[in-house]
Design a protein around this ligand. Structure first.
Ligand SMILES: *[C@@H]1O[C@H](CO)[C@@H](O)[C@H](O)[C@H]1NC(C)=O
Ligand SMILES: *[C@@H]1O[C@H](CO)[C@@H](O)[C@H](O)[C@H]1NC(C)=O
Ligand SMILES: *[C@@H]1O[C@H](CO)[C@@H](O)[C@H](O)[C@H]1NC(C)=O
Ligand SMILES: *[C@@H]1O[C@H](CO)[C@@H](O)[C@H](O)[C@H]1NC(C)=O
Ligand SMILES: *[C@@H]1O[C@H](CO)[C@@H](O)[C@H](O)[C@H]1NC(C)=O
Ligand SMILES: *[C@@H]1O[C@H](CO)[C@@H](O)[C@H](O)[C@H]1NC(C)=O
Ligand SMILES: *[C@@H]1O[C@H](CO)[C@@H](O)[C@H](O)[C@H]1NC(C)=O
Ligand SMILES: CC(=O)N[C@H]1CO[C@H](CO)[C@@H](O)[C@@H]1O
Length: 909
C-alpha cells in the first residue's frame, strides 16, 4: 500500500504537541495547527473532553476542531462575500509562547484569502483565572473598511461514538448543546454518563455574542463517519451571521437577527471563548452566573399555552434597561415584586392572537443583550382537540382498492401536499408500522384516552376491525397477534399493477417478505397502545365504543404485548429487541394496572413476571440502555419504568443520571428539555438528514422518568431536584409545539439555520404524543427563592392569620394529575379534568374541584372519575388522607360521580 502524503499527518508523533496546565485544566494543543487535542479537568483528570484518541484520524485538511476559525468578509464596497477558514488548507503555523499565553499563533498563512486583503488574525490560548481561554484578534490593515459577515468558532468535543462499544461511549463521550442567547449565550458539554465533570463555554467579552449555531459540513471522508448515526458532527458558535442569512438562509427567520461588523481601516477587535469545568449538571447555570452573565429560569419553561401565566426569573446583578419582544407583542412581561436576592422576576402572559415562536430580548445596563426564545401554543385541551380533529379529517385513508390493504386507516400525512404518504422508500412510513408509519394512529388512539370523541373513536374501531386485526396483525395460529413491520413494500412482482413512483429511489427498500416480518418488538407498543387507547375511551365514555367492548380491546392489548415476548413452537423468539426498553412502554404500566382492575388476575401475573425478567436483566448490565442504534436515548424510559416498579434502585439512579447527560435546560423552547435526537429525520421525516432534532419523541419519553422520579424525591426543592423538574417539564411540554394551529402534528423541527421549520411529515410524532399525555402533570412547589410557583398551572396564594392557602388551576394538556410537592401529594384521576386544587393550610385540607371535561376539549363528558393518590415523604410531610365520604369504592378505586358536570374530592391531614 502506498502512503499518500496526507496520510503521513496521521503518523505525527505526539511530540508535535503543546501541553499545558492551568489551575483547573490540563490539555494538549496541536503544535502545527494550534487546535485543541485534549482537555482534562482537575475535577477528573482521567476524563478527556476532546476526542484525543482519534485526533490523528481527523487532523488533516477539512476537519473542524476547537480552536479553528471560519469567516466571511468583504472589502470596501464589494458585494461578494469571501470565505476563509483555518480548516480547508492547513499549514504549520509560526507560533510563540509567552508568560501570558499558552500558545499564540498568527493565522495569516493558514486562513487563505485574508492576507491579500490585509485582514490580520491572531489566535491566543491563555490561562485565565485557571480556566482555558481562546482569544482571536482581527486587525484591519487595509485602507478600506472590511465587513465581517460571519465569524464562527467551531466547537469539537468527544461526540464521536464511532467504533466504540456502548460502555465506552457512555464513559468517554459528551454531547454539546447551545444556548443561542447573544452575549448571555453559552454552550454546554455534558457527559453521556450524566455524572460530571461537564464543561461550559461562555463568551470571553461583550463582542462575543452567540448569534447562531451552524452545522459544519465536512467534505472529507474519514473512517469516523462524520454526520452519521455514530458521529453527528460539529457545529460552530457564530458571532455574526449576516452573510449566511443573505444567502444560504434566505427566507428563514433566524433565532436572532443576523448582523455583521464593519471594521474600519486600522481598527482591531478581539473575540473569544472561556472554558470552565463544572462538577454537576445543576452547576452549569450558577457557574454561568458567577462568570458574570445573566441567567434566565423560565417556569414552567419557554412553551406558553394561551391560558397560562408563566414566570421568568433572572439571576443578575445588572438592571434590565429594555425588553424587546418580537414578533409584535407575542408575550408581555410584567415585573413581579418579590424579595429574591440577586433574582428579578416577571409575569409572562401570551398574546391571545399569537401562535408560534416568540423572541424576547433583554438589554441590561452593562450593554449585554440576552435573547430568550419562547413558543406560544394553543391551550392544552384545544391542542389535543385540534390534533384529534386533524387526524380524523385529513389522515383518514379510505381507498379500499389499495393493493396493500391499508384502508381504512389513519395514515401518515405530508403537509407539503396536504395528502397521505402512500409511497416512500422507507416503506414503513407509508405502511402503518414502525414509529414512522404507526405514529399517526398512536396519536389518534392516545388522544381518546383523554378526550374521547365518538366520531374519532368510530374510525379507530373501524381501522382495528378492517385493517389492523386482519392485515397489520395476524389473527390466528402460532403467529396470531404478530405485528407486521409494514403493510407497504417495494415488490413489483407481488403487485404487478401498482404504479410505483419512478422518481423514488427504490433499491434497498423492503420487499413483501421483509415487510411482513413480525420480529420488531418496538411495533408491539404501537398496536397495544391502539387497543389500550380504545379500552380507556370505552371505560371513561362507554357510549363511544360501538363495535367491541372495552375489555375486548384490553385483552387484545395484553395479547399483543405477550406475543412480543413469546416464541414459536420451534423455540425461536417472536421478536428482536424485546430485551431493551421500548419507546412508549410506560403505557404498559397502565395496561398492567387495568388488567388487575378488570380482574384479569392471571394475565396481570404473567405480564408482571415478563417485565420482572427484563428489569432483573437490566440490573446486571453496565449499560442497559441499548436500542437498534449504536447509542440511543430510547431505552431509558422502559428501563426506568420497570426498575422503579421492581425496586432496582441502583438502575433507577443510573437511568436518571444518564438522562441528565442528554437533556439540557436552556432559555429556548427548542432545546429546553430536548433529549438528544439526530437521526430520525432519516427514518421518519420528509427532509431526511442527520441533524439535531427539536422535539422529537425523545423529549416527552425521557420526561416520563424525570417527572415520575421527581414525584418520589424527598427533597423536591433542592437545586438538583429543580433541575430534574425543569428538564422533565421542558421535555413534556416540548412536543405540544409540534401541533400546528390547525392540528397537524409534525414529527419534529429542523434546527439547521437554513431550515428552522417543522418537518412536513407526521411520521413518528405518535410516541412523542403518547409521552406528552402520559406525562402531563401540573406541579406546585414553594421555591426557596421565588416562593410559590407552579409548573404548568396558574396559582393564587394568600395568607390569613398566618395560614397560607394556595389555589392552583392546571393548564397542562390533560389536567388529570397534580403534584403538590410541599405535601408530597400526587393526585391522579382517570376521567374528566381537574379544574382547581385548593391547599388550605389553616384547615389542613386539600380540595380538588373536578369537571366532566376540560374547557375546549369537545369530548364526551365523563360521568364519574376514579381518584388515585400517593404521598411521598418530604420535609414537613403530613399524613394526608383521602376523605372517602361521598365517594364510592369502584373497581378503579374511589370514584366521584359528576353532578351537573362537577365533582369534588377532599384530602385532609
Ligand atoms: C484511526 O486511525 C488508526 C490509524 O490509521 C486506525 O488504526 C484506527 O482504526 C482509526 N480509528 C477509527 C475509529 O477509525
Ligand atoms: C476564498 O474565498 C472564495 C470565495 O468565497 C472561496 O471559494 C475559497 O474557497 C476561499 N479560499 C480559501 C482558501 O478559503
Ligand atoms: C484577548 O486578546 C486581547 C488582544 O490581545 C486582549 O486585549 C485581551 O486581554 C485578551 N483577553 C484575555 C482574557 O486574555
Ligand atoms: C445566581 O448568581 C450568583 C452570582 O451572581 C451565583 O453565585 C448563584 O449561584 C446563582 N444562583 C443560581 C441558582 O444560579
Ligand atoms: C368487522 O368488519 C367486517 C368486514 O370486514 C364485518 O363483517 C364485521 O361485522 C365487523 N365486525 C364487527 C364487530 O363489526
Ligand atoms: C375475579 O375473578 C375471580 C375468578 O377469576 C372471581 O372469583 C371473582 O369473583 C372476580 N372478582 C370480581 C370483582 O369480578
Ligand atoms: C417495592 O418497594 C415498595 C416499598 O418498599 C413496596 O411497597 C413494593 O411492593 C415493592 N415492589 C415490588 C414489585 O417488589
Ligand atoms: C510550525 C512551528 O513552528 N511550530 C512550533 C510551535 O511551537 C512549538 C513549541 O511550543 C514547537 O514545538 C513547534 O514546532
Amino acid at each position: 500500500m502506498v502512503l499518500l502524503p496526507g496520510i503521513l499527518l496521521f503518523l505525527l508523533p505526539a511530540t508535535y504537541a503543546t501541553t499545558f496546565s492551568t489551575d483547573r485544566f490540563t490539555g494538549v494543543l496541536d503544535s502545527e495547527s494550534g487546535v485543541l487535542r485534549s482537555l482534562k479537568s482537575s475535577l477528573d483528570p482521567s476524563f478527556d473532553f476532546s476526542p484525543s484518541d482519534v485526533f490523528a484520524n481527523r487532523s488533516g485538511n477539512g476537519h473542524y476542531h476547537t480552536g479553528d476559525l471560519t469567516l466571511r468578509y468583504r472589502v470596501g464596497n464589494s458585494n461578494a462575500w469571501i470565505d476563509a477558514d483555518t480548516v480547508t488548507k492547513r499549514v504549520p503555523l509560526t507560533n510563540s509562547t509567552s508568560s501570558h499565553s499558552i500558545l499564540s499563533s498568527n493565522l495569516d498563512t493558514t486562513i487563505g484569502n485574508v492576507t491579500n486583503d490585509r485582514l490580520f488574525i491572531t489566535r491566543t490560548w491563555t490561562d485565565y483565572q485557571g480556566d482555558l481561554v481562546l482569544n482571536f484578534t482581527l486587525r484591519n490593515g487595509n485602507s478600506q473598511s472590511i465587513e465581517i459577515g460571519s465569524l464562527g468558532f467551531p466547537i469539537e468535543f468527544n461526540s464521536i461514538f464511532t467504533d466504540r462499544t456502548a460502555v465506552e461511549t457512555r464513559e468517554k463521550c459528551v454531547l454539546v448543546d447551545p444556548f443561542i442567547g447573544l452575549q448571555a449565550g453559552y454552550a454546554q458539554v455534558t457527559r453521556l454518563l450524566g455524572e460530571g465533570p461537564h464543561l461550559v463555554v461562555t463568551p470571553l467579552n461583550l463582542n462575543t455574542k452567540f448569534e447562531a449555531w451552524r452545522f459544519l459540513t465536512e467534505a472529507t471522508d474519514t473512517s469516523l463517519a462524520y454526520q452519521s448515526q455514530v458521529f453527528e458532527g460539529n457545529y460552530e458558535w457564530q458571532i455574526y451571521s449576516k452573510a449566511y442569512a443573505d444567502q444560504e438562509w434566505e427566507g428563514v427567520e433566524p433565532w436572532n437577527p443576523s448582523t455583521s461588523l464593519v471594521l474600519s481601516p486600522g481598527a482591531s477587535i478581539s473575540f473569544g471563548l472561556r472554558f470552565t469545568a463544572v462538577p454537576n449538571v445543576d452547576d452549569i447555570e450558577p457557574t454561568v452566573s458567577s462568570l458574570g452573565y445573566p441567567v434566565a429560569v423560565g417556569i414552567p419553561g419557554y412553551v406558553v399555552p394561551k391560558d397560562l401565566e408563566g414566570r421568568l426569573f433572572l439571576n443578575t446583578t445588572s438592571a434590565v434597561r429594555a425588553v424587546n419582544v418580537s414578533p409584535g407583542t407575542c408575550l408581555s412581561l410584567t415585573p413581579l415584586s418579590f424579595d429574591g436576592g440577586s433574582w428579578t422576576g416577571y409575569k409572562i402572559l401570551p398574546n391571545e392572537e399569537v401562535f408560534g415562536r416568540c423572541r424576547v430580548e433583554l438589554v441590561y445596563d452593562t450593554g449585554v443583550k440576552h435573547a430568550l426564545h419562547y413558543y406560544v401554543t394553543d391551550t392544552g385541551p384545544t391542542t389535543l382537540a385540534n390534533a384529534g380533529h386533524f387526524l380524523e379529517e385529513n389522515q383518514w385513508f379510505t381507498d379500499t382498492s389499495d393493493p396493500f390493504g391499508r384502508a381504512p386507516s389513519i395514515i401518515t400525512h405530508d403537509r407539503s401536499v396536504n395528502g397521505p404518504v402512500l409511497q416512500d422508500n422507507r416503506v414503513w412510513i407509508a405502511g402503518l408500522s414502525d414509529e414512522g408509519g404507526a405514529g399517526s394512529f398512536v396519536t389518534a388512539a392516545m388522544k381518546q384516552t383523554i378526550q374521547p370523541v365518538a366520531s374519532e373513536v368510530a374510525k379507530l374501531e373501524q381501522f382495528v376491525n378492517e385493517t389492523v386485526w386482519s392485515r397489520l396483525q395476524l389473527t390466528n395460529g402460532s403467529t396470531g397477534y404478530g405485528v407486521r413491520k409494514s403493510l407497504f413494500f417495494y415488490d413489483p412482482d407481488a403487485v404487478p399493477d401498482y404504479d410505483y413512483d419512478p422518481e423514488i429511489y427504490w433499491p434497498g427498500s423492503w420487499d413483501k417478505d421483509a415487510a411482513y416480518l413480525l420480529d420488531r418488538a418496538y411495533d408491539y407498543v404501537h398496536v397495544s397502545g391502539l387497543y389500550w387507547g380504545l379500552y380507556r375511551a370505552g371505560r371513561i365514555a362507554p357510549s363511544v365504543l360501538t363495535l367491541r367492548s372495552p375489555t375486548w380491546y384490553l385483552l387484545q392489548a395484553y395479547r399483543t404485548v405477550m406475543f412480543a415476548f413469546g416464541s414459536q413452537p420451534d423455540g425461536s423468539d417472536n421478536t428482536y429487541y424485546n430485551d431493551l426498553g421500548l419507546m412508549g412502554e410506560t403505557m404498559w404500566m397502565y395496561l398492567l394496572e387495568d388488567l388487575r382492575a378488570e380482574n384479569y388476575t392471571s394475565e396481570a401475573t404473567t405480564f408482571e413476571a415478563t417485565m420482572r425478567n427484563r428489569a432483573q436483566a437490566w440490573s446486571t448490565q453496565e449499560d442497559p440502555f441499548g436500542s437498534e442504534q449504536a447509542w440511543d436515548c430510547t431505552g431509558q424510559e422502559g428501563v426506568y419504568l420497570w426498575s422503579k416498579y421492581f425496586n432496582y434502585t441502583a438502575t433507577v439512579d443510573k437511568t436518571i443520571s444518564s438522562i441528565r447527560g442528554y437533556m439540557p435546560t436552556v432559555a429556548h423552547w427548542g432545546w429546553n428539555g430536548n433529549a438528544r435526537r439526530y437521526w430520525d429525520f432519516t427514518t421518519a421525516g420528509k427532509l431526511s438528514r442527520i441533524e439535531r432534532q427539536i422535539h422529537h419523541y425523545g423529549s416527552t419519553l425521557n420526561a416520563l422518568p424525570m417527572l415520575d422520579n421527581y414525584r418520589s424525591l424527598s427533597d423536591p426543592t433542592s437545586q438538583l431536584s429543580l433541575y430534574d423538574l425543569r428538564i422533565g417539564y421542558g421535555g413534556n411540554q416540548g412536543p405540544t409545539t409540534n401541533v400546528a394551529d390547525d392540528g397537524f402534528g409534525s414529527m419534529s423541527f429542523h434546527s439547521f439555520p437554513q431550515t428552522l421549520a417543522w418537518d412536513d411529515y407526521t411520521g413518528d410524532y405518535g410516541p412523542g404524543f403518547l409521552g406528552q399525555v402520559l406525562g402531563a402533570v401540573t406541579v406546585l412547589l414553594k421555591h426557596p427563592e421565588f416562593g410559590w410557583v407552579s409548573f404548568g398551572g396558574n396559582l393564587a396564594a394568600s395568607s390569613s392569620n398566618g395560614n397560607e392557602s394556595v389555589a392552583l388551576q392546571p393548564r397542562d394538556t390533560v389536567r388529570r394529575r397534580v403534584y403538590l410537592a410541599d405535601l408530597g401529594l400526587d393526585i391522579e384521576i382517570d376521567a374528566g379534568a381537574i379544574q382547581e386544587v385548593r391547599t388550605l393550610y389553616g384547615a389542613s385540607r386539600v380540595e380538588v374541584d373536578l369537571v366532566d371535561q376540560a374547557d375546549g376539549s369537545g369530548a364526551v363528558p365523563a360521568t364519574r372519575a376514579a381518584v388515585e393518590y400517593a404521598v411521598t415523604s418530604v420535609p414537613g410531610a403530613r399524613a394526608v388522607q383521602l376523605v372517602a365520604d361521598g365517594l364510592t369504592k369502584g373497581k378503579y378505586g374511589w370514584e366521584v360521580k359528576f353532578v351537573s358536570g362537577k365533582g369534588t374530592v377532599v384530602f385532609e391531614w
